[in-house]
Design a binder for this molecule. Structure first.
Ligand SMILES: [Zn+2]
Length: 495
């Protein structure tokens, strides 16, 4: 009697696959009838991992390293099919010959019997080649199938905020009150350069809620900003079913949908562009260590190219500072020596902002925002008021019908009154959008004030400071000759 191991693998893509339990049952009875004893600890299973690369199969690796110990604790490995052992011929040959020659372990397939003798290995290779072909083909088939389903208009059962399913099996339809929120989010993100955090805080301050009727979080904004549903597309295959892990982008399927878009494709693209340029995967160095808050804003007075940042260390005390040098100068294309140290530049920029705020003497240009999305704060707040009114009516009814006690009714009424007061206050605080020069100047100054406060704050990262500056400043030019700093402000204006 031989001692054997079982190797069981189920790939996520296979629907006609035997379940791991049935594979195990089959293999155990096969082993029994072939005089192979399989101890429980030699049953190896990799579940739900596509077998193209062996290095993603932890139990497979454990089995191989066990087989390598001398003497090997088992003499055979039984698999259901060779395609369960490895998914390409090369890998299969490498592992089989390693197991056979170095460990004296044979790999046996329950479903494919291998003849001994010179033709045995040839046939084995043919089977493997066939399986590999099948595997490549299969993943393409699966992909094609999903794509087809998506293009036929297969929709998720739970549409995102902004949509609802009216008729089962039909594309979702727009919920106008929620669609407004989506437009605000994209508008704030793309045109006003707000952070996810700022947008969430803003929406919560208006009393708006997510599709699950919860306050907005940074995460929910981040998700919405990346969801192509909003520009009329459908996205498939983004996450793994079991784990919700986000798959690599080239596995996603994005197709034109049959539902109505809430925002334009240009708007969605602009949001993706901003997301890509600011997104830092977790685990990488925090942006503050390599990105200066003036990055990309300072331009060479001689050639107009961007001044790039070099990180320096002060010899005297080891502290870090930055040095801005013309990119053209670095490449030998600009001859002017226009470099400046952050130790000099930072206070100069701050005092320039201070001066503007103090004197209220400001020059700025208008920058047209290409994409127009209407945001009517007043209307949104009015809707909240209407919502409170109907809530109040329901409370009255509940009290009259004897559902609520007088105490409960009083308490509810107090809550509604507080809410109403805070909404009315917000309505009063809305700056009327009168398009005259004086109000634009006021708006510009209030934006500068916000940015200036953020620059002083320790809770803002360099990345955030940089983005805020970019939302009001086109460029900064330092002129070394006469030691002057020119700050070019702009105000976004919808076309
Ligand atoms: Zn230059």
């Amino acid at each position: 009697m031989k001692i054997g191991a079982l190797y069981i693998r189920v790939s996520t893509h296979m629907q006609e696959e035997l379940s791991p339990e049935s594979q195990k049952k089959l293999l155990l009875s096969y082993a029994k009838s072939h005089d192979i004893f399989v101890p429980e600890e030699f049953i190896f299973m990799d579940l739900g991992i596509s077998g193209r690369k062996a290095d993603k199969r932890p139990d497979f690796q454990r089995m191989i390293s066990m087989a390598k110990s001398k003497p090997s604790p088992f003499q055979v490995i039984v698999v259901w099919k060779f395609s369960r052992f490895a998914r390409n011929q090369e890998e299969s040959i490498v592992y089989k010959s390693l197991l056979r020659k170095q460990c004296g372990v044979d790999v046996i397939s329950k479903s494919e019997s291998i003849m001994d003798g010179p033709f045995g290995s040839l046939i084995e290779r043919i089977i493997e080649w066939n399986d590999e072909f099948y595997s490549t083909n299969l993943s393409e088939e699966v992909f094609r199938g999903m794509k087809e389903k998506a293009s036929r208009g297969g929709y998720q059962s739970r549409p995102p905020l902004g949509y609802k399913i009216k008729v089962n099996g039909e594309p979702p339809v727009i919920v106008e009150e929620e669609a407004k929120i989506i437009r605000i989010i994209f508008n704030k993100y793309v045109n006003e350069h707000c952070s996810f955090f700022d947008i969430a805080r803003y929406l919560n301050s208006l009393g708006l809620k997510t599709s699950r009727n919860k306050p907005f979080e940074t995460r929910s904004i981040e998700y919405i900003v990346q969801n192509p549903t909003y520009c009329g597309m459908i996205r498939w295959n983004r996450t793994e079913n079991e784990t919700n892990r986000i798959k690599s982008k080239d596995e996603w399927i994005i197709e034109e949908g049959k539902h109505e878009a809430i925002i334009s494709k240009d708007m969605f693209e602009a949001a993706q562009e901003r997301y890509q340029s600011t997104y830092k995967p977790r685990g990488t160095r925090p942006s503050s260590t390599y990105r200066h808050w003036l990055s990309g804003l300072l331009k060479c007075p001689s050639c107009g190219r961007t001044m790039i940042v070099k990180n320096m260390r002060k010899k005297s005390d080891g502290s870090n500072y930055s040095h801005f040098v013309c990119y053209g100068y670095c490449k030998g294309k600009c001859l002017a020596k226009t470099s400046i140290s952050s130790l000099k530049l930072e206070p100069a920029v701050l005092s320039s902002l201070e001066e503007v705020l103090r004197t209220e003497n400001i020059c700025f240009e208008y920058k047209e925002v290409i994409i127009v999305e209407e945001v009517d704060e007043k209307a949104l707040l009015d809707e909240q008021l209407a919502r409170l009114k109907s809530m109040e009516q329901r409370m009255k009814d509940a009290y009259r019908a004897g559902v609520d006690t007088l105490e409960e009714y009083k308490e509810n009424k107090k809550f509604v009154e507080n809410e109403r007061a805070s909404i009315l206050e917000k309505i009063n605080n809305i700056i009327p959008e009168v398009a005259d020069d004086a109000s634009d100047k006021k708006l510009m100054l209030s934006k500068i004030k916000n940015v200036y406060e953020a620059l002083q704050s320790d809770s803002c990262s360099n990345q955030q400071k940089n983005e805020m500056l970019r939302s009001i400043i086109e460029k900064i030019v330092y002129n070394r000759e006469n030691d002057t700093l020119d700050v070019y402000y702009y105000l976004s204006k919808t076309a």
